[in-house]
Write a protein that binds this ligand. Structure first.
Ligand SMILES: NC(=O)c1ccc[n+]([C@@H]2O[C@H](COP(=O)([O-])OP(=O)(O)OC[C@H]3O[C@@H](n4cnc5c(N)ncnc54)[C@H](OP(=O)(O)O)[C@@H]3O)[C@@H](O)[C@H]2O)c1
Length: 276
């Protein structure tokens, strides 16, 4: 059975490098897909308050019969909880919906700079980690300027920053900033929602050269560079395919051809103005 390698986090815990995305599944779909994914060897599931499927993810975990500690669970909270007390309430709500008693990774979903309270949310997360309620803490959609403020205010860097990254959105600057602060970068929408990216000539050529699918080629681009990736699929064969990406290496030329796609894809949401 395929499994993903583990990546060490600054918290001392480790994260499976390939996880399952669950947006936009509802509870019933999430329960089915999580059960299948765990059967296939996935040990890392990504959900969020905003997806409305944490209960389904928890149901899938229970149905699988797997011990809680064998599965890495990430969830994220919304802007209304950006305060120290708010983050504690968000945690209580999340563990209740998931039916677990701790989280592996809890993320501020978006910085929401208009609200200007993500530093308070970060204070709340550092407390939750000290209380043992979450093992690792992090952010999502944080540019270096946002993450820099957290570090300056609290001296604590995120364990993980989850960003929209793919060959269309390489984000070199943010990745270098994260690495410089001991923050692991995690890629969301890693295969570009399964659309144009998988038909790009550079991607198709590399996939053919290695006898893999375009999705596997793109997921290898992530994992070979030390990124964590969380592709979503509802199909059993694609779930298996997406996890089976550790048996080949892209050449430097292929990595370069993927990187050359940077900036040429569909527009992405801007964390300066978008968030929930
Ligand atoms: N932090 C954030 O703000 C944020 C934002 C967006 C997403 N996320 C997280 O990141 C996860 C992944 O991102 P995403 O769902 O936007 O996009 P994605 O994983 O890049 O792409 C998912 C799409 O690709 C298709 N697909 C999956 N495997 C495939 C394969 N092997 N070949 C061809 N098509 C394939 C899927 O269709 P089928 O399901 O039909 O197979 C699905 O429509 C989300 O589920 C969510 O957990 C986080």
């Amino acid at each position: 059975m395929a499994t993903a390698p583990l990546i060490q986090l600054a918290s001392g815990h480790s994260i499976p490098q390939l996880g399952l995305g669950t947006w936009p599944l509802d509870d019933a779909q999430a329960a089915d897909v999580v059960t299948t994914a765990l059967e296939l060897g996935y040990r890392h599931i990504d959900t969020a308050e905003n997806y409305g499927n944490e209960a389904g993810v928890g149901e899938g975990l229970r149905r699988s019969g797997m011990p809680r500690e064998d599965v890495f669970i990430t969830t994220k909270f919304n802007r209304e909880w950006h305060s120290v007390n708010g983050v504690h309430t968000a945690w209580e709500n999340a563990v209740r919906r998931l039916g677990v008693d701790y989280l592996d990774l809890f993320l501020i979903h978006w910085p929401n700079p208009d609200q200007d309270s993500y530093v308070q949310a970060w204070d709340g997360l550092t407390q939750l980690r000290a209380e043992g309620k979450v093992r690792s803490i992090g952010v999502s959609n944080f540019f270096p300027a946002h993450a820099g403020r957290l570090i300056e205010a609290t001296g604590v860097a995120p364990d993980v920053n989850q960003l929209q990254i793919s060959p269309y959105w390489v984000k070199d600057e943010a990745r270098a900033f994260n690495a410089g602060h001991g923050t692991v970068t995690e890629s969301y929408t890693p295969i570009g929602r399964g659309k144009e990216l998988l038909g790009e000539p550079a991607v198709v050529a590399a996939a053919e050269a290695h006898g893999v699918t375009p999705a596997q080629g793109v997921l290898r681009w992530h994992t070979q560079q030390g990124l964590v990736a969380i592709p979503k699929s509802t199909h059993r064969e694609r779930l298996a395919e997406n996890l089976d990406v550790f048996g080949f290496d892209l050449t430097p030329e292929e990595l370069g051809a993927f990187n050359a796609l940077d900036g040429s894809g569909p527009e992405a949401a801007d964390p300066e103005s978008f968030g929930h």
